[in-house]
Structure formats: structure tokens, C-alpha cells
Design a protein around this ligand. Structure first.
Ligand SMILES: Cc1cc2nc3c(=O)[nH]c(=O)nc-3n(C[C@H](O)[C@H](O)[C@H](O)COP(=O)(O)O)c2cc1C
Length: 235
């Protein structure tokens, strides 16, 4: 069966399975909604080299992230590096963040929208729409984001944080979103990928497109893709 045929078939299959609508509940889903991710690899690329090379690149091309690349990036941003604890610190270990991957054109991951399950190192399919259909249709979307083959969406649920000070809960959530984003961007650089950061779009509309519950807010978009040969990174 050709890959393009599988890619066309997959959204239909999701509809038939009743999982194409955005997900609101955290309840356990049938195994067919899940994509197991490879365990994170240990890179020999130095942290110093990644820090030197990281920059925002807005000309990103495909193919979209392979399953292995997606696994490495998701794990870097929010994965578990010991039981129940993650790569990025969290105030009182309350973990208010969720990470989504919107992608199309990957050789090993069907086009669609996925939610990362850190404890299982797995993805859960939450919709059949890829980047163009999910993000490209949002009013005022920056064109380079809609053209990126893969976009990570970081969300925060400040209500998961403890304490009665609502401002503090929000600040901690945004702090963690920044830490997770930088971890992902450095890992993207180490993998030789181009990446960017964007919050200057209608983040609420992105949340609506994802079908998020009202308490879960989009904090940032992180487009990732291949560098265009001959083009200077950073363009
Ligand atoms: C919170 C935040 C929001 C940003 N939003 C956008 C954006 O909406 N569009 C965009 O093209 N770049 C955006 N950027 C990227 C910045 O423009 C970029 O990081 C800055 O120019 C420095 O360049 P560098 O990342 O290559 O070092 C954002 C960066 C941050 C940290």
C-alpha cells in the first residue's frame, strides 16, 4: 500500500473509529489511539554546540519529523527522566503542561494531531488534521507556521498548580512552558533540525481548534522542520 494512500486513509479511519474530534477527557483510550514512541537516544552532540547553533528559523521544509525525531523532542521537553519526574523542573512537581504535535508528511507518523503521554513515552491521536488544516485555517496565522511540516503546541493548566495565588499559578505555568520550549529547541538543534517559537497568533483560536477545555491554555507554538539547503539558518 503506498504511503500517500495510507495518509489519505488514516483520517477516514480515525473518523470511523470516532477519534477525529478533539479530545477533552484524560480517560484511558483504547490502544488503537496510541502510538508507542521509541525510547530517547543519547546524543553525542554537545550542549555547548546546541546553545551556539540555536536560532529561530522560519523557512522550514519537510519531510516532517520521523517517529524517532518526534520521540526525542517530546521527551526532551516533557519526558520522564526517572519514574514520575520529568526533564524540566516543575513547582511542587505538579506538571501543569501538556504537549501536542501537529504534523503532516512524515515517513513514519501518520498526519494528524497527537497528545504526548510522558509516563508512557507514547502519543495519543486526538484528531486527523495536520498543520495546514488545523492551524492554516486560523485567522491571522503567520504563514511560516502554517507551512511548517510539524508544529508542537505547548499548553498549560494553571489550575493543576497548588496554592491560592492565581497569579503565581499562572507565572509558574509560563515559567515551565519556557523551560520546556528551550529544551525542545536545543534538542531540535542537536538533531540538525530548524525550529522556531511563536506566540504572536490567536492562541485562544489554536486552543479551540484543538478542542481544549477552558482551563487548558495554549502558551506557545514551536514549529520544527528541515533546514532548506543553501539557506542560512535563522531566515
Ligand atoms: C515568547 C516568544 C514569542 C515569539 N513569538 C514569535 C512570533 O509570533 N513570530 C515569530 O516569527 N517569532 C516569534 N518569536 C521569535 C523571536 O522573534 C526570536 O526568538 C528573536 O527574534 C530572537 O531570535 P533567535 O530566536 O533567532 O535568537 C518569539 C519568541 C518568544 C520567546
Amino acid at each position: 500500500m503506498s504511503r500517500s494512500f495510507v495518509n489519505r486513509l488514516f483520517p477516514v479511519a480515525l473518523l470511523v473509529l470516532g477519534v477525529a474530534s478533539p479530545v477533552r477527557s484524560q480517560a484511558a483510550a483504547p490502544a488503537r489511539d496510541r502510538v508507542a514512541l521509541p525510547a530517547p537516544a543519547i546524543s553525542t552532540f554537545s550542549l555547548d554546540a546546541a546553545l551556539r547553533a540555536r536560532r529561530t528559523t522560519r523557512s522550514l521544509t519537510g519531510p516532517a519529523l520521523s517517529l524517532g525525531e518526534a520521540a526525542q523532542l517530546l521527551w526532551s521537553a516533557q519526558g520522564e527522566n526517572r519514574p514520575g519526574r520529568r526533564t524540566v523542573p516543575s513547582a511542587r512537581a505538579r506538571y501543569p503542561l501538556d504537549l501536542y504535535l501537529v504534523t503532516e508528511g512524515s515517513p513514519t507518523l501518520a498526519a494528524g494531531t497527537y497528545r504526548y503521554l510522558p509516563g508512557e513515552q507514547a502519543l495519543r491521536s486526538v484528531g486527523a488534521k495536520g498543520v495546514a488544516a488545523l492551524l492554516g485555517t486560523i485567522k491571522g496565522m503567520q504563514p511560516w507556521i502554517a507551512k511548517s511540516p510539524s508544529v508542537f503546541v505547548v499548553t498549560g493548566t494553571a489550575a493543576r498548580m497548588s496554592g491560592s495565588d492565581a497569579d503565581a499559578r499562572r507565572h509558574y505555568t509560563f515559567w515551565e512552558s519556557g523551560a520546556a520550549s528551550q529544551a525542545l529547541l536545543l534538542q531540535a538543534t542537536a538533531l540538525g533540525l530548524g525550529s522556531g517559537v511563536a506566540s504572536g497568533v490567536d492562541l485562544e483560536a489554536v486552543g479551540t481548534a484543538l478542542g481544549l477545555p477552558p482551563e487548558e491554555k495554549v502558551t506557545i507554538l514551536l514549529p520544527v522542520g528541515r533546514l532548506i539547503p543553501g539557506e542560512r539558518p535563522g531566515q
